[in-house]
Design a protein around this ligand. Sequence first.
Ligand SMILES: [Mn+2]
Length: 268
Amino acid sequence: MRILHTSDWHIGRTFHGVDLLADQAAALTAIAELVAEHGADVVVVPGDIYDRSIPSADAVAVCNAGLEAIRAAGAVIIATSGNHDSPVRLGAGAAFAAHGGLHLITRVSQVARPLVLNDEHGPVAFYGIPYLEPEITRAELDVPGARSHQEILDAAMARVQTDAAERSGRAVVLAHAFVVGGEPTESERSISVGGVETVSAATFDGADYVALGTCIRRRRCPNTSGIRGRCCRTRSASGRTARRCGSSTSTSPGSRPSIASTFRWCEN
Ligand SMILES: [Mn+2]
């Protein structure tokens, strides 16, 4: 199965007062072109679709047009809410959107209800873990004493692992988390990066591929693979502008996912 992993679109973000919407619209168009070019089956977007919880009307229009283009290019879309998104607003109409191939996962109750897609090797279960605010979600997750993002994600992943143990096939987990190292972070103080507390890579043990949002650098985690797929513009030494639109991942049973960074070059 071919998965295009992108995240942190932050649609509507301005940079020192400069409107980025035209660039963001172009980046979403480029993602749709990559889907068609590489025959991606699924596009995963683990969080921060929008830059703010109440996006502008223009930002919503750009997002919808991008999602429609990606879907029209042939990929199913699985997106979760990040810490910048409003889960309720992003998830509005999710049950209806799912019928059109846009799967919006924004609620605790959806965490252990994977979207299962099939290829020639069998099923792949996609679990979406939205960014879960401890104060808001700990009761529903049945961990009333949880204070940290680590404790909350442990509880969410326990639900995922319980469900996955009852299934055959591969498991892909989407999460909006800043992942560090391979060991539990109990003895370390909690560190917040971009408003998101760090969590241990071991949290995601058992997944065949972990699609992360919010992480800053490419990271390889034990038993898992997490890589950011952030949409951003960078300038190369030659003066050209690269729009990095995501990474493509292929998953097949019994082997590590193969990951290729995907860039789209354009003249500036
Ligand atoms: Mn972000």
